[in-house]
Each structure stands twice: as structure tokens, then as C-alpha cells.
Write a protein that binds this ligand. Structure first.
Ligand SMILES: Nc1nc2c(ncn2[C@@H]2O[C@H](COP(=O)(O)OP(=O)(O)OP(=O)(O)O)[C@@H](O)[C@H]2O)c(=O)[nH]1
Ligand SMILES: [Mg+2]
Length: 345
């Protein structure tokens, strides 16, 4: 089961490509496209709420394992540049740079563009990504791209088997009521294995629940492993108790204030004590105020690009997380909004 997100330059052909990779399904601030043939299952996400909403981009990336960064013959624009910074802060190791609209370019120009992009992404999480030239008009490269997506997807699948034994965590992206069934949620098992009849809680609200039944791509299953996109019927909760971003798990930490060991992107703008930032973890986000910036043992007023700090943040919304979850910080007032990643101390 492979889950991909298509992002990149404006008007680079992202939505057209998503439409060629699956059948259009649910639309919120992300659009899902589904494809299933034999044992090949692909979920493609188009982060249509982005660039207006950073949350759409982060949500899409956290619901998938592989990113496709689309760059048209005109090259990298500020949006694709912001995507690269986001992918790097998230340490998104699995992805493909897709050189789109190859019908409107020449082989030599495509090679030059690829060389340029390789240089720009050197030392980032995108360093080892593969490249593919495609056109959704002439279909050049489309079959090869699909093959490559499944090759990368298989690699991810293998890596995820190491996560099956961990305590289960499921990120919820939709919750609704189905007549005769009750609360149904859609989401992704990010680690562990879930089974019908498992009891757990919905965080951060700490609502107790039981998994009544599990579906994977509309097929009933008894259990679902790490990496699976699932639909769950839940017992003990109502759909209004569960929102996008909730985590189904036996144990999470819930907090409003955070002390993060943060690293700023070298390409971010500095920020100051008292600035308002946005914090993201999993599919959750919260506005937070910077209350303290500590460099080494000293309190400072500013956090500067490329450097490491301990940062105290104060929020007003409960957020659920586990040790080792990577937090992302953004400043929505800046042109390039992604600034830092961090881990709770
Ligand atoms: N020549 C050519 N045009 C393409 C190709 N793919 C898409 N287009 C055209 O490019 C334009 C933008 O395509 P979209 O799929 O909407 O691109 P997008 O990246 O989703 O655009 P935004 O979401 O608005 O940023 C449309 O007019 C498409 O018909 C292609 O492979 N070749
Ligand atoms: Mg689009």
C-alpha cells in the first residue's frame, strides 16, 4: 500500500498528474485519488489547500510516505522552494523529483534543469531522490513514473515492517457518522498493528473507545499493519468527539506548552521572543507564543537561521504527541513560512 503526495511549483501539472494516478475521491483541503489493481494499492494526495494553508501541505505529507515534487520546464518557483524547505525540515527521505510538461521542453533543457535541482537540494533530505521526466499530454514517462512510485513504495513497505511491533498509533484525518454503524474514522496507522476489538483512547481528548471493525480499501480486515490507510468503525465514541488530527493510541503525552530543542533552517528568517508561531505535529497544529529562547546556557532575544536553540512555547490548545515525534514550526507572516524542526525535551 503506497501513499504519495504531489506538491511543487504553481501550475506545474500537479492536479492533472494526480488525476492520472487514481480515481478522485474525498475532497477537503486535500484531495484523495485512489487506485487499486491486483495487489497494487495507491493513494495519491493533492494538497489543494496549499499554498494558502501550510496545514494542507503538512497534513498531506504526514498522511503519505512518498512525495512527488513537480517542477515544470520554467523551473523552481517560490512555492517549490518552500516545499523543499518543508521536506527538509520534515526529513522526508522518500521522494521523486518529477520534471513535468516534458512535451514543452527539450531533452538538453531537462538535463540542465535536473543538474540545477540536484545542486540546490544537495545536503537536504531530497539529496538522494530520483528524477523522472514526464508529460501528462504526450504520456512520455508516465508508465516509468508509475513503476518508480511502486518501487519506492515497496522500499517504504519493507521499512515499515520494522514498525509493526511498536505500540499502535493511528492518525485520524476524517471522522463522520454512518447510519446504522455509528462513528467511522479514516486515517493512517503510523506504527504498530491495530486489530478489531482493540481498546485505546482518542487523544488529545482522551476518549476511551474500541475498534469495532477495520477496512482497508473498502475490504474488511481483522488487523492492519503500520503504513495502512484504514477506515475504522468505533465503539464508545461519537463522530463529534473526534477531529482531524486526533491520535488513536494507548498512550500519548498531551500538552499546550512545549520546550523544544530546535534547529532553524538556514533558509528561514530569524524570530524573536514574544513572536507568534505555528507548531505542527502529526496532523495537529496550534498557535504558540515564543516565551524564551535559550542558546547553550544563555537566554537570548533572537533565534537565527541555521542555529540550534532550546525554545519555550506557550499555546492555548491541547496537542497529543509521543517521544521522538518531530515538531515543525512555521511563521505564517513570512513569505517563506517554514522555519524550524524540534523535539520535545
Ligand atoms: N503541455 C502540458 N501541459 C500540461 C501538462 N500537465 C498539465 N498541463 C497544463 O498545465 C496547466 C496547469 O495544470 P494543473 O494540473 O492544474 O497544475 P497544478 O500544478 O495543479 O496547478 P495549481 O494547483 O494551480 O498550482 C493546465 O492548463 C494543464 O492543462 C503537461 O504534461 N504538458
Ligand atoms: Mg492543482
Amino acid at each position: 500500500m503506497t501513499k504519495i503526495t504531489i506538491i511543487g511549483s504553481e501550475k506545474s501539472g500537479k492536479t492533472t498528474l494526480a488525476g492520472k494516478l487514481g480515481k478522485k475521491g474525498n475532497v477537503t483541503d486535500i484531495t484523495m485519488y485512489d487506485y487499486a489493481k491486483n495487489d497494487r494499492i495507491l493513494t495519491t494526495i493533492d494538497a489543494i489547500g496549499y499554498p494558502v494553508s501550510v496545514k494542507s501541505l503538512v497534513t498531506a505529507l504526514n498522511l503519505s510516505d512518498v512525495a512527488l515534487l513537480c517542477i515544470p520546464p520554467t523551473g523552481l518557483d517560490p512555492l517549490a522552494a518552500e516545499c523543499i524547505i518543508a521536506l527538509d525540515l520534515m526529513q522526508y527521505k522518500q521522494g521523486i523529483v518529477v520534471l513535468t510538461k516534458s512535451d514543452a521542453s527539450y531533452a538538453i533543457a531537462q538535463e540542465e534543469l535536473q543538474a540545477k535541482l540536484k545542486k540546490i537540494t544537495m545536503g537536504t533530505a531530497l539529496e538522494n531522490w530520483e528524477y523522472m521526466s514526464i508529460s501528462t499530454t504526450s504520456f512520455e514517462g508516465m508508465e516509468e513514473l508509475k513503476e518508480l512510485i511502486f518501487t519506492v513504495g515497496d522500499r517504504v513497505d519493507k521499512e515499515q515492517r520494522e514498525l509493526d511491533k511498536l505500540p499502535s498509533r493511528t492518525l485520524i484525518d476524517q471522522s463522520f457518522n454512518v447510519t446504522g454503524i455509528g462513528c467511522v474514522v479514516l486515517g493512517v496507522v503510523t506504527q504498530g498493528t491495530i486489530n478489531a476489538k482493540d481498546k485505546m483512547l482518542a487523544y488529545p481528548a482522551k476518549k476511551e473507545l474500541e475498534i469495532r471493525s477495520i477496512q482497508m480499501h473498502d475490504v474488511d480486515v481483522k488487523s492492519a499493519p503500520a503504513g495502512a490507510r484504514v477506515g475504522l468503525a468505533l465503539k464508545g465514541v461519537q463522530s463529534k468527539d473526534i477531529e482531524r488530527g486526533f491520535v488513536l493510541s494507548k498512550e500519548e503525552t498531551v500538552a499546550m506548552d512545549f520546550t523544544l530543542k530546535c534547529t532553524l533552517s538556514p533558509l528561514a528568517k530569524e524570530f524573536n521572543v514574544d513572536d507568534m508561531l505555528h507548531l505542527y505535529v502529526g496532523l495537529q497544529s496550534s498557535p504558540v507564543k515564543v516565551t524564551e529562547i535559550i542558546e547553550g546556557a544563555d537566554k537570548v532575544e533572537k533565534a537565527k537561521p541555521g542555529k540550534e536553540y532550546t525554545i519555550n512555547l506557550s499555546g492555548s490548545k491541547e496537542v497529543a504527541y509521543s517521544k521522538n515525534d518531530r515538531f515543525i514550526l512555521t511563521n505564517l507572516d513570512e513569505k517563506q513560512r517554514f522555519i524550524a524542526f524540534g523535539y520535545e525535551q
